[in-house]
Design a protein around this ligand. Structure first.
Ligand code: HEM
Length: 303
């Protein structure tokens, strides 16, 4: 198997920084390639922090022949009851995560200055681990994530297929209405999420609602086998705006579409996720995070 970008799976870091860029239209591919090469040197030299790079579909097609068959942009979803998941597709996503705000900020600044003249910063989210990996609703996030032994096969395209070792990525900034969520009592909050608040234990089947978040997010194939994704979301926020920067990795892009369809009520059962009453995505992009070998080739080819 080609080498996936290590930062996708590096756990234990408490400060995460997401940068999304638009490539300037008139820039030659050679310049973009040179920037990617410089970014890669930054990745190698970044010491304790991790840097993961993902490309929008058009940019990646322009940089490499190692293109997954199902590469694509995020398309806006118009769901039930007026709920919308907007598309704000950008060209480049850089995810930096480490233990300290200082090192992570230095790297984010360095990456942005490497890209100066080539790409314009379009969105930025600074995220943090909240207590014992809780979302700001107070619920533990990540409980059902695949364990480290399974994460690579869930997140990365299998050996032999175009784009092998790379991952489809979803990045969405969700803004919470915590005032509304906090008005619910804990038992009702648990029915929204579908897990116990104190310890993330699964709710008994008899009381788990079909519109709970975990009910809607669990995606099964025709034979009833789970189609999982690998999530690395974290909270962001201050006293005025708070939410979750949702990040998922998958060997197949369609798993994201399937989960979102079930959440937005556009799947065949027409049910939608009750969580949408308390949180709204304000951005949405799909990226491709290639394996290290393809990243290096893309950089070398364009110099
Ligand atoms: C405001 C946004 C969101 C919040 C606060 C949130 C929070 C949570 C929480 C608390 C859990 C239960 C614990 C766990 O297993 O991690 C969970 C499960 C899950 N979420 Fe989300 N989530 C959000 C958006 C999404 C989106 C957009 C997707 C998919 C595109 C997604 C996919 C999943 C999956 C696959 C699970 C595991 C379901 C299972 O039990 O099999 N979530 N989420």
């Amino acid at each position: 198997m080609p080498t996936p970008q290590a930062g996708i799976f590096a756990l234990g870091t408490r400060t995460h920084h997401h940068l999304e860029f638009d490539v300037n239209g008139s820039v030659r591919p050679a310049l973009i390639g040179a920037a990617v090469a410089a970014l890669n040197e930054q990745i190698v030299g970044s010491g304790g922090s991790n840097v993961v790079v993902g490309f929008g579909p058009d940019l990646w097609r322009g940089l490499s022949d190692s293109v997954p068959a199902d590469l694509g942009s995020f398309a806006e979803i118009t769901g039930c009851d007026g709920h919308i998941a907007p598309s704000t597709q950008h060209d480049l996503w850089i995810w930096i995560h480490g233990t300290g705000v200082d090192d992570v900020l230095d790297l984010a600044t360095a990456a942005t200055s490497i890209l100066e003249g080539v790409a314009t910063l379009a969105a930025e989210s600074r995220c943090f681990v909240y207590h014992d990996s809780r979302d700001l609703t107070g619920f533990i996030d990540g409980t059902e994530n695949p364990p480290p032994t399974a994460a690579v096969s869930v997140a990365c395209i299998a050996d032999g297929a175009p784009g092998a070792g790379g991952s489809h990525v979803i990045a969405q900034r969700w803004v919470h209405d915590l005032a509304a969520f906090d008005e619910l009592n804990v038992a009702d909050q648990e029915l929204v999420i579908g897990r116990r608040k104190v310890d993330s234990a699964a709710l008994p089947k008899e009381i788990l609602p079909t519109d709970a978040h975990v009910s809607r997010a669990e995606l099964l194939d025709e034979d009833g086998h789970e189609r999982p994704i690998y999530r690395r979301s974290l909270p962001f926020g201050d006293v005025t705006e708070r939410g979750l920067f949702f990040v998922g990795f998958s060997a197949e892009r369609d798993r994201f579409n399937g989960m979102l369809a079930q959440m937005y009520g556009t799947a065949s059962d027409g049910l939608r996720d009750r969580l949408l009453d308390f949180s709204t995505p304000v951005t949405g992009s799909y990226y491709f995070a290639p394996c290290v070998e393809d990243l290096l080739d893309a950089a070398a080819d364009q110099r």
